[in-house]
Design a protein around this ligand. Structure first.
Ligand code: NAG
Ligand code: NAG
Length: 191
């Protein structure tokens, strides 16, 4: 009998503790039905291909180095350099082909023994039903490799709850100016 009372008391204490925990700063979060956000349906897989233009020279460069590399690495890996970009995304290789958005963000020299960049950028789309939607890319870009794969870590608008990856291939590289055009094939799961 006394054992039963003990168990009941313990359970009441546990319940009280749980109720108090709710009042102690957990009220801001709750589980909701995924249908509230239209997530009842199956995810879609979208493939999109854009050309990313890294223009570092001329009167209106879209890619500007704001911090040089650490001196020791300035001729090899560019470790420590920081470049801000607002690069045009076009439908085709020529830079005067239709612009569908901008790649805004930065890349940073993140490897000491090779050219390995950390890319952190949003692809902001400006046309059609994708106008205003973005995807966010955060990944490693070894620019000398034929194909570089980088994760798509999220998105907004049409691309809410996005995940996926991008395959980047350099199509044009001007040795004199450093300007580059990169084909980006994105594979994105979203609702
Ligand atoms: C793009 O530029 C090339 C060469 O400068 C020109 O021949 C072509 O007509 C242009 N295309 C468009 C769509 O403006
Ligand atoms: C994209 O959306 C912006 C803001 O709503 C609007 O000003 C612009 O005209 C739109 N562009 C296109 C091509 O629909």
């Amino acid at each position: 009998m006394s054992k039963l009372i003990l168990i009941l008391t313990a359970q009441i204490l546990l319940l009280t503790a749980t109720a108090l925990a709710g009042k102690n700063g957990e009220d801001f979060a709750r589980t909701i039905n995924r249908k509230h956000l239209g997530l009842g349906k199956k995810e879609k897989l979208t493939h999109l291909r854009v050309y990313w233009h890294d223009i570092v020279t001329g009167r209106n460069p879209s890619s500007i180095r704001i911090q040089g590399p650490v001196a020791k690495y300035s001729s090899s890996s560019y470790f420590g350099s920081i470049t801000m970009i607002d690069n045009a995304l076009t439908l085709d290789v020529p830079i005067n082909s239709t612009v569908v958005g901008q790649a805004q963000g930065m890349y940073v020299g993140a490897a000491q023994k090779e050219i390995g960049l950390l890319m952190a950028m949003n692809l902001a789309f400006k046309t059609g039903k994708y106008n205003g939607s973005t995807i966010t890319i955060l990944g490693r870009n070894t620019v000398m490799s034929k194909v570089r794969e980088m994760p798509v870590v999220g998105g907004s608008g049409m691309f809410r709850f996005a995940r996926g990856y991008v395959e980047a291939r350099t199509k044009l590289f001007d040795m004199k100016t450093g300007d580059a055009t990169v084909e980006s094939n994105c594979y994105i799961l979203h609702y």
